[in-house]
Design a protein around this ligand. Sequence first.
Ligand SMILES: [Zn+2]
Length: 477
Amino acid sequence: MAKDKKLVESITDMEQDFPQWYTDVVLKADLANYSSIKGCMIIRPYGYAIWELIQKTLDAKFKETGHENVYMPMLIPESLLQKEKDHVEGFAPEVAWVTHGGETELTERLCVRPTSETLFCDHYKDIIHSYRDLPKLYNQWCSVMRWEKTTRPFLRTMEFLWQEGHTAHATQEESEAETVKMLNVYADFCEKYLAIPVVKGQKTEKERFAGAKATYTIESLMHDGKALQSGTSHNFGDGFAKAFGIQYTDKDNKLQYVHQTSWGMTTRIIGAVIMVHGDNSGLVLPPAIAPVQVIIVPIAMQKGGVVEKANELKDRLSNFRVKVDDSDKSPGWKFSEYEMKGVPIRLEVGPKDIEKNQVVLARRDSGEKIIVSMDNLEEEVAKLLEDIQHSMLENARARRDSKTYVAKNMDEFEKIINETPGFIKAMWCGDQACEDKIKEMTGATSRCIPFEQEEISDTCVCCGKKAKHMVYWGRAY
Ligand SMILES: [Zn+2]
């Protein structure tokens, strides 16, 4: 029992110290570890299994929407990066450079890709000639590197895994439709699979991606009231096409520039899963991306037939991701371990259960225990997983809504951000000076101009002039 206690006690209360709670969960749930390269993490098998499930689901959605996977080089010549002015200015401060090949100094520096717009443009210039070559709907799964000063596992690391979609279209209408379509793919994915409710909207000019005409985003809210940008989709218009000379001949035999998009989701989203659903016993995983959906813990294993029964049940549940833990650790120790790892259902089976032809199912999300007959175990487990997935989304939505506030002036704004952090809905005049001032006064940034607008008041929360948009604000990761 002493050991059981130690395992649970070793994570910090989230109410006491949220950042420390987060780090504890990442380490104790075996998701990731620090590496000898400062700012880079090691994604451990359990963390990587979550990423694989995310990747598999998203990849299928990209293919359903007509995209193809490709692979680009990881190094970008400096001259190529320089071609689009805004883009290079945005990324230059955080780029890592390769200057030598062996002992020989290179004639041109190569950067380790921070993102691959320039490489895709360089390639599109070579393969797009006619309207018949359009659209080009490419996606790449890879890692990128950004030289960050402060890092935290999953949330911000120098190297991270992601997918980057890069598409080229004949018209601005088509690239705009693609940008919105992919944002919706991300939003649906977050809600249906990760059980994370999101706010969809557009970034202000200040927060836009370097070189984009429009950036759309999905924003989610963590347990501690801080926001997290969870996926973005950019419409470049013909800006990159003009910088790189990507032209095609249209049906009237006229030369036109293509219109491009890019969109990405990263391993950062695992940080969101941890911070939206986790509790003081550790991780809580939505069934759709849980590497183990049901953990079977045999009780009184030394009794004849218990382990055999546990394995028999596992075989019956082969439609799900199921594991039996028949190690010699105590049941109490196993309970805490799988709670820490966020396994959605714990199935307990012991001699008494076998006698009564029943098992105990314990939900990780609510802690509720139910006793079900072994006869219809498959249906019971399916039903329960579905119910957990659904209620995790509803609970997360309720938590987010309870932390979403309205501010009509800066006094209200400051009071909310300091006393009850969360999303703040407030009107904005559209002037960047107000956006800068709000950030300076409160540390909050504009998260997005939501597609679903509300008329809170007529005037800007900051300057009192006529308001243009309702904006979601918040301190963010
Ligand atoms: Zn203003």
